[in-house]
Design a protein around this ligand. Structure first.
Ligand code: GRF
Length: 205
């Protein structure tokens, strides 16, 4: 399965996807960023993956360009991995491939930004990350899989975010692998596991 990864920053999830692609039946054929200096673009270049920086100051024009690139590259799945732009409903409708996102919280808890700080402020003892289908609402599409991390009493944002990130790397590659082999299939409104509706997110340890 040919996938595209959209990034805005350092790209550690992209790197994890690259490292796990051969054993997981997917090929990262395209990396797009809205930031010319994104670490993720450099990582992709080092691995000789086709990269494109798109100026996102005009969202409509940027999405048109992105849609063209996805079609030209025969992309079958789009993965948002630290992509900090909200995609419009019309883009999501038109590109005709599933879009998934990785988010650093146990959704539906803590959509949006600063999840680690919010978890610490709330005194939660459990945190984690989620992979979900992208729809027209922020971090609110169907959940596909989650990973759980224990919060320690001496955690700060750095220690907690690092621990979650390590788990994200495994979670995302695992989910993309399941989509690539057809074990999981998804549309904008539902996720199927072995052709049956997924009733709760998969738990990846
Ligand atoms: C990750 O924590 C991801 O869950 C969130 O943005 C961060 C991206 O990190 N959406 P990286 O660029 O993959 O290192």
């Amino acid at each position: 399965m040919k996938i595209a990864v959209l990034v805005s920053g350092r790209g550690s999830n992209l790197k994890a996807l690259i490292e796990q692609q051969t054993q997981n039946d997917y090929e990262i054929a395209l990396v797009i960023s809205n930031k010319a200096n994104a670490g993720g673009l450099r990582i992709a270049e080092q691995h000789k993956i086709l990269t494109h920086y798109i100026d996102w100051s005009d969202g409509n024009a940027a999405e048109k360009k992105a849609a063209c690139l996805l079609a030209q590259t025969d992309i079958e799945l789009v993965v948002l991995a630290g992509f900090m732009k909200i995609l419009s409903p019309s883009f999501i409708e038109t590109i005709n491939t599933p879009i998934i996102n990785i988010h650093p919280s146990l959704l539906p808890a803590y959509p949006g930004l600063n999840t680690h700080q919010r978890v610490l402020n709330a005194g939660d003892t459990r945190h984690g990350a989620s992979v979900h289908v992208v729809n027209d609402q922020l971090d609110a599409g169907c959940l596909i899989a989650q990973t759980i991390v224990e919060v320690y009493s001496d955690d700060n944002v750095d220690t907690l975010s690092q621990r979650v990130l390590q788990k994200e790397h495994k979670l995302l590659a695992h989910v993309v692998g399941l989509l690539a082999t057809g074990v999981l299939t998804c549309t904008q409104s539902q996720v199927l596991l072995n052709q049956q509706p997924l009733t709760q997110p998969l738990l990846i340890t």
